[in-house]
Design a protein around this ligand. Structure first.
Ligand SMILES: Nc1ncnc2c1ncn2[C@@H]1O[C@H](COP(=O)(O)OP(=O)(O)OP(=O)(O)O)[C@@H](O)[C@H]1O
Ligand SMILES: [Mg+2]
Length: 426
């Protein structure tokens, strides 16, 4: 079977290696892919958002199945265009991807279908938004409506900050049309949980939970990033919390998708927070998370390609989705200076025995054939074990076997999870 994956990061590398491990007979193209993907034919000349070029490539090359992993091509309607050209896909059509592509759309969906989420107001008029924050209590959360590379959410502590963010988003259009509209949300607190789920529009099957670490520095300090590390499963997601999730969030979401005719076929990502008012939805994403995918998929014991094909064809009810009882940890090695000014272009070296635990993302091959750091998040280092502690220790052991100049990684991935787990054991 000829399969094509869209994207170039660690998430796509992890999906690709998992597909090939279970199905060595498939041939794989990656658009654009990255230079470490030696197992695929990469196409750096085609952008992940160039819909006509991707459709033309897939048609001309007899691609039978396409996995669309990143948010922007999904929101631009790549799956609609590919399916209209007769190519089956894993990933929602534009109508379903709006759950990620517009936070207003997602909030309206949640309110309509009774799904617990922070109270909010939405604004397209900056004057009305200013009036609202002048009368509000702080902290507040201001979110750009559209996609903003994970940087469109700001927690503001006072009126001065709130007015500055509104100016920046709605008047200066920091994220273009994505921030022309905003939502202003009640501030919630509590531990966060990511749950990915396969959904074919009629059936939904959750994967194991995970815990992301979004801040750049240890102790959750500094600015938000795309994600600096992950552990799975997430110890906050106990059996009781999982039951609450299924009852109050997952099933009502599926019922809402069906009622609204969204026919969502792909990976639905639930960003959750366990607050003192119970589990709340912070956000939906319409795709696999990065780096959640890197810890969740290796624990999947079922065949990923079979699940993708079943999801695409609306046969998910028949597909086996089973996970092992092991634990996984992922430490993201980034460039020093990420997210603002990453220092790139340094050669990466590692012990050969650690290669199976490395997932490459922001890398380029130089003229000597060596891999160099080429964008913010460079590679992900994995560890596995029978316990959370074993997985974390193993991941850091592997990190010590990788080096490149001007790297930065967090040294406390999983620390909070370990503390929560220890607390459960008391
Ligand atoms: N109402 C809230 N109260 C407190 N913190 C919040 C709230 N909403 C969002 N956050 C924090 O901001 C982070 C990012 O928010 P959100 O997930 O909505 O943005 P995003 O840019 O779509 O993220 P991603 O890049 O993961 O898709 C959350 O993980 C959470 O830590
Ligand atoms: Mg999001």
């Amino acid at each position: 079977m000829k399969v094509c994956i869209i994207g170039s990061g660690g998430r796509e590398y992890a999906i690709a290696t998992q597909l090939l491990a279970d199905n060595p007979e498939i041939s794989l193209d990656a658009i654009p892919g990255n230079d470490a993907m030696t197992f695929a034919t990469i196409h750096p000349e085609i952008a992940a958002t160039d819909i006509p070029a991707i459709v033309a490539f897939c048609v001309e090359n007899g691609i039978e199945f396409c996995v669309v992993a990143p948010d922007d091509p999904l929101v631009l309607g790549l799956v609609d265009a590919l399916e209209d050209a007769g190519i089956a896909c894993f990933g929602p059509r534009k109508s379903g991807a709006m759950l990620e592509g517009s936070k207003r759309f997602a909030k309206e969906f949640m309110v309509k279908h009774g799904i617990p989420t922070a109270a909010y107001a939405e604004f397209t008029d900056v004057e009305l938004a200013r009036d609202y924050v002048r009368k509000a209590a702080f902290p507040l959360v201001i979110k750009a409506d559209g996609l903003a590379l994970g940087k469109g959410v700001v927690i503001v502590q006072d009126l001065t900050q709130a007015e500055a963010v509104l100016e920046n988003f709605m008047v200066d259009l920091k994220f273009g049309t994505s921030s022309a509209a905003v939502i202003i949300e009640e501030f919630l607190s509590g531990p966060e949980i990511s749950v990915l789920a396969f959904c074919d529009g009629k059936t939904i099957k959750p994967m194991i939970s995970s815990m992301d670490h979004k801040k750049i520095y240890d102790g959750d300090e500094g600015p938000n990033t795309g994600g600096m590390g992950c552990v799975a499963p997430n110890p906050v997601f106990t059996k009781e919390v999982a039951a609450e999730f299924e009852r109050n969030i997952m099933q009502p979401t599926l019922a809402g998708l069906i009622a609204d005719g969204l026919d969502f076929r792909g990976c639905l990502y639930f960003g959750l927070m366990l607050t003192d008012k119970g589990l709340q939805v912070i956000e939906y994403n319409a795709r696999f998370g990065d780096p959640e995918t890197q810890v969740v998929l290796p624990l999947l014991s079922s065949n990923l390609l079979d699940i993708f094909l079943a999801t695409s064809a609306g046969r998910l009810a028949e597909a086996e989705v089973e996970f092992s009882a092991r634990h996984a940890a992922c430490v993201v090695m980034a460039c020093e200076g990420y997210p603002e000014n990453p220092i790139k272009g340094n050669v990466i070296s590692y012990d050969s025995e650690v290669a199976p635990f490395l997932v490459f993302a922001g890398v380029k091959r130089n003229h000597n054939g060596e891999l160099e750091s080429s964008s913010g998040r460079v590679l992900n280092v994995l560890g596995f074990g029978e316990s959370l502690s074993q997985a974390i220790d193993s991941a850091y052991q592997h990190v010590s076997q990788v080096s490149f100049a001007h790297n930065h990684y967090r040294t406390d991935i999983g620390t909070k999870a370990r503390e929560i787990e220890a607390h459960h054991d008391l």
